[in-house]
Ligand binder design. Structure first.
Ligand SMILES: CC(C)(COP(=O)(O)OP(=O)(O)OC[C@H]1O[C@@H](n2cnc3c(N)ncnc32)[C@H](O)[C@@H]1OP(=O)(O)O)[C@@H](O)C(=O)NCCC(=O)NCCS
Length: 136
């Protein structure tokens, strides 16, 4: 397949159940109800749908209400991976965060996804820190 017929849009409606199903499709462990709880706090999100309306790509953009946007939960359906869709979804998120007046977009990821985020999506590497709160 290719992604020519995929429609990508900012803040298009997407149901919690669709996010759950997309997450399961790539082997993730979804938490039903998560999207209904967090979406109201997002700067926005990107939805990609095929011709039949099936959700094939998604990313959420959290923010601090000011200059800082945070890319989180990037997902491409396995049947549509490695055809540029993830890159296009992230590019839409970056463009929309810029249009909203944000100055910085952050993302973190597992080392194996460096080619995706650093080479394909245009992020640059930076030192960062992390605490697993239940572990302290
Ligand atoms: C990561 C993910 C969103 C990438 O989506 P995608 O639509 O396949 O990405 P693209 O087709 O735009 O990839 C562009 C380039 O990024 C790199 N890339 C993409 N996926 C990669 C992976 N899994 N490992 C290493 N490099 C990858 C490749 O260089 C790729 O170019 P190529 O296909 O010509 O080799 C997708 O694999 C996914 O949903 N994974 C499961 C969920 C996940 O891990 N999300 C990330 C959370 S931080």
């Amino acid at each position: 397949m290719d992604n020519e017929d995929v429609e990508i849009g900012w803040r298009l409606p997407v149901a919690d159940a669709e996010i759950v199903e997309l997450t399961r499709s790539h082997g993730g462990a979804p938490a039903p109800g998560w999207w209904d709880r967090v979406s109201r706090h997002s700067l926005g999100w990107v939805v990609a749908r095929d011709q039949d309306g099936l959700l094939v790509g998604f990313v959420n953009v959290a923010w601090d209400g000011g200059d800082h946007a945070f890319l989180i939960d990037t997902k491409t359906r396995p049947s549509h991976q490695r055809h540029g869709l993830g890159t296009a979804v992230v590019r839409c998120a970056v463009d929309q965060a810029k249009a909203a007046g944000c100055e910085w977009m952050f993302v973190d990821f597992e080392p194996q996804l460096e080619p995706f985020y650093l080479e394909s999506c245009g992020f640059r590497a930076t030192p960062a820190g992390l605490i697993h709160l239940p572990g302290i």
